[in-house]
Write a protein that binds this ligand. Structure first.
Ligand SMILES: *Cc1c(COP(=O)(O)O)cnc(C)c1O
Length: 376
């Protein structure tokens, strides 16, 4: 038997949405993309939305729009996917690593505050595994340091909420990923949302070479108009062919969230008395339950992975602490004890299969295997 780690929810029915794009005049950043941006804005309740071809390129566009440059500092949790730190590195900024909370694995405003200096330009607040960080505390932090930009890495959390608010509500910008394994996906893609009109105007340019107007806009009035390049930008716009895959998933995302939450709740209950650690959910959170990681003692982790694989259960590791990876270790040499929670969690964590169409018997097999393996 094989229990797959993940299966996307797209089918050949979605081909119709792609075919419909072929009848429109612009295959990229055209009318379909615009309508999907409006849909994202309305789902999240945030005025400005920009589709991007990945979270990573979207984040580069955001950092460029914020003027991040060599010598600036960007604060990043040590427990996240590498992309969160890489985008700051690519722009020549210095990454300052912050540890995460032991119970929730989320970054806390009070820990970030200790790292703020007069060089700090931005902070990435990562809604790890789908659980939103306490954004009200980051809003309070922002009030004390108005020059520091707060950016939500919401790659795991499109549909999650905290105390009723969504990503994009209390930050300068939130960035999403529609990568192949994310809760909403078009294979590769992403989105940026912001409430800040001035920042939105800059992102409009940094998302597309720094140009003053995209092709669809240049031809809008039926006559050619010159464009200018006003700043340096990346090529981060999303083709409409991919954007066309998103509306149906956004319509279904709340129903699928209930299914994800049921699956996650069944894991939590089944493992409650086992010697494994799980991320705790804070009160008031509705987690997007993007991943279901457990943690076992570091020395046993690879053995547990092998034993699960041996039973046909596919798993993943999300994530080893960024500071432990060769590039960052060579460059920064961060003492593990300064990001101890991230390092410990990262050396023991295993992500179990979780996706909305996961058969119940597959989950039963995972639960039985984990229980037998960690108890022996
Ligand atoms: C997937 C992911 C990213 C990068 O997303 P891409 O769309 O692949 O660029 C960034 N941050 C986190 C936390 C992620 O999981």
């Amino acid at each position: 038997m094989t229990v797959q780690f993940y299966r996307h929810g797209l089918t050949s029915d979605d081909a119709d949405s792609v075919a419909a794009v072929l009848d429109t005049p612009f295959l990229t950043s055209g009318s379909v993309g615009k309508s999907v941006e409006a849909k994202i804005s309305s789902y999240l309740g945030v005025e400005h939305s920009f589709l991007t071809n990945s979270w990573t390129n979207g984040a580069l566009a955001v950092l460029l729009a914020m003027g991040v440059k060599p010598g600036d500092e960007v604060i990043v949790p040590a427990m996240t996917f590498i992309a969160t730190a890489n985008v700051a590195e690519l722009l020549g900024a210095t990454v300052k690593f912050v540890d995460v909370d032991y119970d929730t694995l989320l970054v806390k405003a009070c820990d970030v505050e200790c790292l703020i200096s007069d060089k700090t330009k931005a902070i990435f607040v990562v809604h790890l595994y789908g659980q939103m960080c306490d954004m009200e505390s980051f809003k309070a932090l922002k009030a004390r340091y108005p020059q520091v930009k707060i950016i939500e890495d919401a790659a795991h959390c499109f549909e999650g909420t905290r105390d009723g608010y969504r990503p994009g509500t209390w930050s300068d910008a939130a960035i999403f990923s529609f990568y192949a394994t994310k809760n909403v996906t078009c294979g590769e893609g992403g989105a940026i949302v912001t409430r800040d009109a001035e920042l939105a105007e800059s992102i409009q340019k940094t998302r597309l070479h720094g140009m003053s107007a995209g092709a669809a806009d240049r031809f809008k009035r039926g006559e050619y108009r010159h464009w200018d390049m006003e700043c340096l930008g990346v090529k981060a716009n999303l083709p409409d062919i991919l954007a066309g895959l998103l509306p149906r998933q956004i319509d279904q995302v709340d129903d699928k969230l209930l299914t994800r939450q049921k699956i996650a709740a069944r894991y939590r209950e089944a493992f409650a008395d086992l010697p494994v650690r799980m991320a705790k959910l804070s009160l008031g959170v509705s987690s997007a339950e993007h991943l279901f990681p457990i943690s076992v003692p570091a020395l046993a982790r690879d053995e547990v992975i092998s034993a699960l694989n041996h039973r046909g259960i596919q798993v993943a590791v999300n994530y080893r602490a960024i500071t432990e990876l060769s590039y960052y270790r060579n460059k920064y040499d961060i003492p593990p004890e300064t990001v101890a929670v991230s390092v410990e969690w990262g050396s023991g964590t295993i992500s179990l299969p979780l996706y909305p169409s996961m058969p119940k018997e597959d989950q039963s097999a995972v639960i039985q295997a984990v229980s037998e393996i960690v108890e022996s």
